[in-house]
Design a protein around this ligand. Structure first.
Ligand code: NAP
Length: 255
């Protein structure tokens, strides 16, 4: 049975263009939307993520403002920057890039973001709204997975969706979004027994484990739809340049 690859890059381009058009339509009457980004430390992946977000904003006509704090910053210094964005009427959304440096109280910082500007959806108020089935801001990775499923016209009602991973950023919100679309959801984690059997019963499988190649193709039922959000950097055997690798041994959906 041939597998159909879901082209995430294609959909990302389509969505970015839709946003650009939406922002351009608002432009004659409103100021551009504003995004405030707090980056602390020199985590290489964080730098890349932030610069990609900035490029995406620029392409869409969104104004982004970055505050970069040193790696030895304090909780109070981060809180001060968050507060500035909270009070800035030209800033509509705030992103605090995680992970924060050691010694910075991440929980306290995320709690300090104005929930009405918390575009990452990490504040307890937004987590609560999502769990009540009344989402305001939703963490971007699970929101992106839902968008992919919608745009590929993949039916969810009554189907068994298995999410491997239960983090606050990916796994838990993923399960809640699938449930809101009437899927029957199973959330798996490191203590789940018979993971292979559970994965094999999935109509839709979302892998969010953070371990390269963890789910082999044999665990996936023909006809299932697989979305793999894992990003792992692996060193090739025998040396050479490290490359990005997905968490599943299989990609795309069977047709
Ligand atoms: P995380 O916080 O490390 O969570 C990993 C989850 O996988 C945990 O719930 C853990 O279970 C579970 N797990 C670990 N080993 C397992 C095993 N042997 N069997 C079953 N479950 C197991 O990671 P995360 O932040 O959710 O991210 C997951 C992956 O997605 C990473 O590769 C990350 O880089 C990627 N990611 C991608 C994006 C994107 O935009 N594409 C965004 C965020 C993250 P326990 O809870 O029991 O420990």
């Amino acid at each position: 049975m041939a597998a159909k690859i879901i082209d995430g890059k294609k959909w990302a381009g389509v969505i970015q263009e839709e946003i650009r058009v939406e922002v351009a339509e608002l432009a004659p009457r409103f100021r551009p939307p504003g995004l405030g980004v707090v980056l602390a430390g020199d985590h290489p992946a964080s730098r890349i993520y932030v610069s990609r977000k900035e490029q995406a904003c620029e392409a869409a006509g969104i104004r982004s403002v970055e505050t970069h704090l040193p790696a030895d910053t304090s909780t109070l210094a981060v809180l001060r920057e968050v507060q500035k964005f909270n009070e800035d009427p030209a800033i509509d959304g705030i992103l605090v890039q995680l992970p924060l440096p050691m010694g910075v109280d991440e929980k306290r910082v995320l709690m300090a973001v104005d929930p009405s500007k918390d575009v990452d959806g990490f504040h307890p108020e937004n987590v609560g709204l999502l769990s009540q089935g009344n989402p305001r801001f939703v963490p971007c990775t699970p929101a992106g997975v839902m968008e992919l499923l919608k745009r590929e016209n993949i039916p969810l009602v009554g189907r068994h969706a298995v999410v491997v991973g239960r983090s606050n950023i990916v796994g838990k919100p993923m399960g809640m979004l699938l449930l809101a679309q009437h899927a029957t959801v199973t959330t798996c984690h490191s203590r789940t027994e018979r993971l292979q059997v559970v994965c094999h019963s999935a109509d839709i499988l979302v892998a969010a484990i953070g371990k390269a190649g963890f789910i082999p193709g044999a665990w996936i039922r023909p006809g299932a739809v697989v979305i793999d959000v894992g990003i792992n950097r692996i060193e090739p055997e025998g040396g050479g340049k490290a490359k990005n690798c997905r968490g599943c041994g299989f990609r795309g959906s069977f047709t």
